[in-house]
Ligand binder design. Structure first.
Ligand code: ATP
Length: 439
């Protein structure tokens, strides 16, 4: 099995991530999180919020509605241009994202495919229809009448929910420039070919910051935020520096409004691919909103009184891609006592459970009662404590290793004598005796 298959299999076996709507045969591009997956995902999102919002004075949170006034997407350019090139094989009628069939840009044509000798991945023929631009926004209708006037979209990015609240924030709390607004939430894209586990989904979670700056200060703020993104990835998510790479996106591949974009890529089992991006978006979005809404998006500097539309630096993270990177870095197979074991070396702040408490034997009521009291004690201090009295102790360790629990605490007969417990470390498998009071 490939490393990705191993990770997918572990995620399913241990209740991290399931195919969406699996009971009905699935729903392509959607994923459901089980108890451990939710815990891991929430820990990642929590770490991000702490890092970028709670621990700073200049970034504030917002939480906007998923369904927005459709004028949002006209102003942002999504209605006209948020599309991927779609091509149909005339022989088997399979549909593909044309730029992914080879080394092409999004402007790829049928002639390009033919000249490059690209064959259909399904039927291996070279008989392509015209390449069409396929808009990736999910349309829906709001209210009881389903016609053009009620058409709306599920947001394809969280960013516009931030931009449309910029004026509310300036009018209410009036933060000094530079300041940022951060949001976490679902985004929806009708991807032509969702694939690679949770890497490319149709429904996923984004965490975005729009950081508003004076136009002449964009470069230093870009560098500062970029460094801060690295700090988060390496020190809060524990991703190895050697697996993280910067791609300075060349002008011809950047969105037309962006003067600079750095994609941060990660060495996934599927190869080096985009983990997140940071883009300098100029005043593109606020100027568009000003035009479409007729309202001023200008900011008046408190120190100089200068008035202008702020420019924006946008760090944009996808939670599923972070989660897949965390799993990739953590997934390890090593050998313990001559047997192969699977272990998720998750950082302690991300692991679904910090501790697992067990009685050595589950048919000894005095051990179970003592173990319960230790469990209750830890549960008061930490949220992430689990109880396991299934199978034998070796099996419990293997299971906790697989789900990434850093410490297993075992209550045995000595505990009843001297109030010490065995603490077994996930990574080294070493066991130490610790007083309960010192846990
Ligand atoms: P890609 O080139 O891989 O399609 P993108 O450049 O379109 O991604 P952005 O529009 O910059 O992505 O979105 C910001 C972030 O949202 C990405 O860096 C990624 O982490 C996440 N993201 C985008 N599309 C998806 C998706 N289909 N599934 C999961 N995460 C996604």
């Amino acid at each position: 099995m490939s490393k990705l298959e191993n990770i997918v299999s572990l995620c399913k076996r241990r209740g991290f991530i399931f195919q969406g709507s699996e009971v009905y045969g699935g729903m392509a591009g959607t994923w459901d999180f089980g108890p451990l997956g939710v815990a891991l995902k929430r820990n990642i999102m929590q770490a991000w919020w702490q890092h970028f919002v709670d621990q700073r004075d200049d970034i504030f949170g917002v939480d906007a509605a998923i369904i927005m006034n459709p004028r949002t997407w006209v102003a942002s350019g999504h209605t006209a241009t948020f599309s991927d090139p779609l091509v149909e094989c005339k022989a088997c009628h399979g549909r593909f994202r044309a730029d992914n069939l080879g080394d092409f840009t999004s402007q790829v044509t049928k002639e390009d495919l033919t000249q490059a000798g690209i064959t259909c991945p399904t039927c291996k023929k070279n008989d392509w229809g015209d390449v069409k631009q396929f808009n990736m926004m999910f349309a829906t209708h709001v209210g009881a009448v389903a016609d053009d006037s009620s058409q709306a979209y599920l947001r394809p990015e969280t960013a516009q929910g931030i931009f449309t609240n910029y004026k509310n924030i300036v009018d209410t709390i009036y933060p000094s420039l530079p300041f940022g607004l951060a949001q976490q939430g679902k985004a929806f894209r009708n991807e032509i070919s969702p694939r690679d586990f949770i890497f490319r989904s149709r429904e996923f979670e984004q965490m975005e910051i729009e950081y508003f700056v004076s136009p002449d200060e964009w470069e230093e703020n870009f560098e500062r935020l970029l460094a801060d993104c690295h700090d988060f990835l390496e020190n809060k998510l524990g991703l190895p520096k050697a697996m993280i790479h910067e791609l300075d996106v060349p002008a011809e591949d950047r969105a037309h409004y962006s003067k600079r974009t750095i994609d941060i890529e990660f060495d996934y089992p599927i190869g080096r691919s985009e983990l997140m991006g940071i883009a300098y978006r100029t005043d593109f979005d606020l100027a568009n909103i000003a035009r479409e809404s007729g309202k001023s998006m200008e900011y008046r500097r408190k120190d100089t009184g200068a008035t202008f539309i702020p420019h924006v630096i946008e760090p944009s993270f996808g939670v599923e891609r972070l989660l897949m990177a965390v799993l990739t870095a953590a997934y390890t197979e090593d050998e313990v006592d001559g047997e192969t074991r699977t272990v998720l070396r998750l950082p302690a702040n991300l692991a679904p459970y910090s501790f697992c408490v067990s009685p050595l034997l589950k048919n000894k009521p005095e051990l179970v009662a003592k173990a319960r009291s230790v469990y209750d004690l830890l549960k008061q201090k930490y949220h992430h404590v689990t109880w396991d009295d299934s199978g034998n102790i070796g099996k419990r360790y293997r299971k906790q290793d697989e789900i990434g629990t850093p410490k297993c605490i075992v209550i045995d007969f000595d505990t009843l004598e001297d109030d010490t417990v065995t603490v077994r470390d996930r990574d080294t498998t070493k066991q130490t005796r610790v007083k309960i009071a010192e846990l």
